[in-house]
Ligand binder design. Sequence first.
Ligand code: DHB
Length: 368
Amino acid sequence: LAQDNTFKIGLILPMTGQQATTGRQIEAAARLYMAQNGDTVAGKKIQLIVKDDTSLPDATRRLAQELVVNDKVNVLAGFGITPSALATAPIATQSKTPMVVMAAATSSITQASPYIVRTSFTLPQASVALADWAPKNGIKKVVTLVSDYGPGIDAEKYFKERLIFNGGQVTEALRVPLRGPDFAPFLQKVRDAKPDALFVFVPSGAGAAVMKQFAERGLDKAGIKLIGTGDVTDDDQLNDMGDVAVGVVTSHHYSAAHPSAMNKKFVEAFSKANKGLRPNFMAVGGYDGMRVIYEALKTSKGQGGGDALLAGMKGQIFESPRGKMFIDAQTRDVVQDIYLRKVEKKDGQLYNVEFDVIKDVKDPGKAK
Ligand code: DHB
């Protein structure tokens, strides 16, 4: 550990490349949290060290190793995609360094190391709520389209299981590559299959391309509804998606339009500090991740040792801009409300407007 009075947070994010919006959102949110809450906690000076892993897991692992060995960071944080989080888990375990996952959302991540705590969400958590909503709203036959890796496979599986349980069916399950996806041929297949709805999971940053192709292939005109987890109507991009997005129903843990006093303040402050940028669900994961770290440092009275910090992270319950949230002490995963939202235009701006809520949702993946 650092001999001096600093407390170091190694924040590894994709700042360039396909997932760069995730890095930009999380870094901005972490800096906002520090600006609002000061950079001295329990007598320690907080130092944020940001590293760009370009979303390549080999780079994430190498940077994590350097941060632990050379910089002697007290906490590792960030992790834009699942493969980056999984690649780093053994380093967290070996070095007993708490690892706060602020973005990646495959259910199994928290089981990869006892030092992982998550402040984002899980795809099973978000998907199940939509599979309960759909059949009650005229959607029985669904084609699923997901990015072909951890979170997409979780979304596909948990959405399908629950839809079948509710009397619906998935007529086809399509998977697109994570890197450089071309959605057009898949969407043509969906158009020909004419399901009631297309369920989509793509990672943050890819939603606008799906939306554009969906409209260009005329799926909306063919009466096929687009539904998905809230990743597809990502607040980082939503406003530029155009009218094709209006009416799209998604389920997720965060909307920039969440009508609480705390969220209004958060959105305003974030936007002001970042040239009008709207915070998305990645930003809120970063903001709350910093909260979890700050409070753990306070309860461990500034010791900064891995096990003491971890103990201070487990069981935290607090109000986030997303609503109430909780770090389950057993699973170290986030328990939170999941909202059903519909894209609406308000004063010329597109928003995910919440219309229903399922309270205190645990990750369904942990029960298996
Ligand atoms: C993951 C990445 C995302 O951008 C997202 O929206 C959900 C999950 C992931 O890789 O785990």
